[in-house]
Design a protein around this ligand. Structure first.
Ligand SMILES: Nc1nc2c(ncn2[C@@H]2O[C@H](COP(=O)(O)OP(=O)(O)OP(=O)(O)O)[C@@H](O)[C@H]2O)c(=O)[nH]1
Ligand SMILES: [Mg+2]
Length: 636
């Protein structure tokens, strides 16, 4: 099984014409230059590839151009390499792109490498020795300090065996890649193969991809099917992280896939144009100011970008800072991805760094927690980052928000979330799909809901409870449905509220009526409504109900508390509609007669007897619709 071999990606680096491509050919038998123009001009323009299986390692070589005009192609090839093969011609020693490529490798976080001093057939031993000393000095303090330095010649084959051995030794030190990660492959080429259709290639930087998988093309968000997979030029069922991979895709023209796009596990990654990052400015660069325009490169993608310096006016050579990158085009990156920044014009590499928050928000003075948050993203553990992320989002965070920022696996997020929930830091408001909220915010929302339920009961003593939607509206649209549901469930679990169908209420505020009671309530109301002001006695009304007196009394109380019936005197109740007609009657009397009215005139006006007239007038006095003056009332 060829899959048991360790896969290692080796990228070349070095100045133009220093012999990179020749060395790859000498090592693998494949000349990596494939374009007509490359052959004609004798230089590498775009990325070239070659493979070698040796000593239990499957090497995938990415050969890059040394020409300063093609550094952007070099960048697309270098992201994802495990090992750099830094090539220096013995007759020229360190040149500008030796330095630039070396800087790029360092900024991209390449961890290991082998240095080849080539074309040794052109110089004497002493010169080669001087170049070696110069190189040792050059890489001091960097990831290449102590790396093997081999003197070789592609022409004579001198030193090639030792170089292969050194590559194997370094390859062995590279950590095995985890394949249980979400699949991600930044595309570096797309072309059509007769009889197969679209084929895209790239370095598989994360996870795995197999025949028949569904993948998502980003940033377009187009779902595609994998028809076939190749690694190292061989057809395979599956390709794993760390392999040069070609994927045959159905459902798309090759012209619709370009370098810089990403194929990935569907729904796991997101495109962005606003990235918070830690950026280092090279010591050799000029200082940069807030909002400087640059070229941004990450993976195989590039975009013009603006660098925002939220907490400083300028960034000095050799300094590093928390910056925000505003891109012109969409890219797909996650926390921890490396990037390179090149000066807008003339185009040279000036710095690079590490993505902290790929879905950043606009920096603002009000956002005082930003710096601390980014530092947590930079250095924190998952258990520290997760609550920090959750706290910054009033709406809480869904699993997709978390994964697309961090590329953490869903089970990892779940496990961390559960630990944090147990510790009382965050609240899991929904499990499937997972949604998290800060515990403090959750408590605040619960408190508001409870207060609203209590307030509702006070305002509406006779309504059984507040409708869910009304309760939901009371906390605003910034509270998501899942959060509302979870808070309500929690309150119910604590027995602080009771939910009953669409209603929410405090426990112990039972006033639900049976159908029989509801009918009785209707009958009582009718008895008063139809008699106008000449109301029957309460006793009489209740006696007519087919219901024991105590229950009937209770229903009467409900009507009184709902203010359908109004107690005018200890004995007399009136329907509110009948009472509502009185002010109008009095006002028209005042207009057509006089502003004073006596008991007889009132009796005549309303058509009622003295038995009702006196209590009603006293009620009107209390309501300040009339004022008693001797035997008469002044209509107010
Ligand atoms: N004498 C001698 N010439 C070499 C050796 N290696 C490469 N050359 C020659 O140097 C020239 C450049 O070699 P390439 O391999 O194309 O150099 P490169 O670094 O790939 O160049 P770019 O890709 O354009 O940056 C060619 O003419 C090679 O034949 C060597 O070991 N000895
Ligand atoms: Mg070349």
């Amino acid at each position: 099984m060829s899959n048991t071999l360790k896969s290692v990606i080796v990228g070349t680096a070095g100045h133009i014409d220093h012999g990179k491509s020749s060395l790859i050919e000498a090592l693998t038998g494949t000349h990596p230059d494939r374009l007509e123009e490359e052959k004609r001009r004798g230089i590498t323009i775009d990325l070239g590839f070659a493979f070698l299986e040796e000593g239990g390692v499957r090497f995938g070589f990415v050969d890059v151009p040394g020409h300063e005009r093609f550094v952007k192609n070099m960048l697309a090839g270098t992201s994802g390499v495990d090992l750099v093969l830094l090539v220096i011609a013995a007759d020229e020693a360190i040149k500008p792109q030796t330095r630039e490529h070396f800087d790029i490798c360092r900024l991209l976080g390449v961890k290991r490498g082998v240095i080849a001093i080539t074309k040794t057939d052109l110089v004497d031993r002493d010169s080669a020795g001087l170049v070696r000393l110069e190189l040792e000095e050059f890489v001091k303090g960097s990831f290449l300090e102590g790396a093997p330095i081999l003197a070789v010649s592609a022409r004579t084959g001198d030193g090639l065996a030792a170089l292969k051995q050194a590559l194997q030794d370094e390859a062995r030190k590279i950590a095995e890649k985890q394949t249980d990660r979400y699949f991600r492959l930044p595309v570096d080429r797309s072309f059509a193969v007769k009889g197969f259709g679209t084929v895209v290639t790239g370095t598989l930087i994360s996870g795995k991809v197999a025949v028949a998988d569904e993948v998502e093309l980003l940033p377009e968000k187009k779902l595609l099917r994998v028809r076939g997979v190749q690694t190292g030029g061989k057809t395979v069922e599956r390709a794993d992280a760390g392999q040069r991979t070609a994927v045959n895709l159905s459902g798309i023209e090759h012209t619709n896939v370009q370098r810089g796009m990403v194929i990935a596990a569907p729904g796991r990654f997101a495109k962005t144009r606003r990235i918070d990052a830690r950026m280092e400015l090279l010591a050799t660069a000029r200082k940069i100011k807030h909002r400087v325009r640059v070229h941004f490169h990450a993976g195989t993608a590039e975009s013009v970008a603006e660098i925002l310096l939220p907490d400083k006016a300028e960034l000095l050579p050799g300094e590093s800072a928390l910056v925000q990158l505003r891109l012109v085009d969409d890219v797909v990156v996650v926390r921890g991805d490396r990037f390179i920044v090149r000066q807008f014009s003339p185009v040279i590499t000036i710095g690079g760094g590490e993505v902290l928050d790929p879905l950043a928000r606009r920096p603002s003075r009000k956002d005082s927690g930003r710096g601390k948050f980014l530092e947590t993203l930079e250095r924190g553990s998952r258990e520290e980052i997760l609550p920090a992320m959750v706290e910054r989002n009033f709406l809480g965070l869904g699993i997709a928000d978390i994964v697309s920022r961090t590329a953490w696996m869903e089970p990892e997020v779940l496990a961390a979330a559960q630990n944090l929930a147990r510790a009382g830091t965050i609240r899991v408001v929904a499990n499937d799909p997972l949604r998290l909220l800060s515990e403090a915010l959750f408590q605040e929302i619960s408190k508001k809901l409870l207060a609203r339920v209590e307030g509702f009961h006070k305002e509406n003593p006779l309504l059984p409870g507040i409708p869910r939607e009304e309760l939901r509206a009371s906390v605003g649209r910034r509270v998501r449905a899942e959060t509302f549901r979870a808070a309500l469930e929690e309150l119910a679990k604590q027995n602080k509220v009771v939910t009953q169908g669409e209603l929410v209420k405090k426990p112990g505020t039972e006033i639900t009526l049976t159908p029989e009671e509801a009918r009785a309530k209707e009958q009582i109301e009718q008895a008063f409504a139809k008699t106008g002001l000449a109301v029957p006695s309460v006793k009489e009304v209740l006696a007519q109900l087919a219901m024991e007196n105590r229950r009937a009394e209770k229903i009467l109380q409900i009507l009184l508390r709902e203010k359908v019936l109004v107690r005018v005197s200890p004995e007399l109740l009136f329907h509110r509609d009948a009472l509502a007609r009185l002010p109008g009657l009095l006002q028209s009397y005042k207009k057509t007669n006089c502003e004073r009215i006596g008991v007889p005139a009132f009796k005549e006006l309303t058509g009622i007897t003295r038995k009702y007239a006196i209590p009603l007038l006293e009620y009107l006095d209390r309501q300040r619709l009339t004022r008693r003056m001797g035997d008469e009332r002044v209509i107010l």
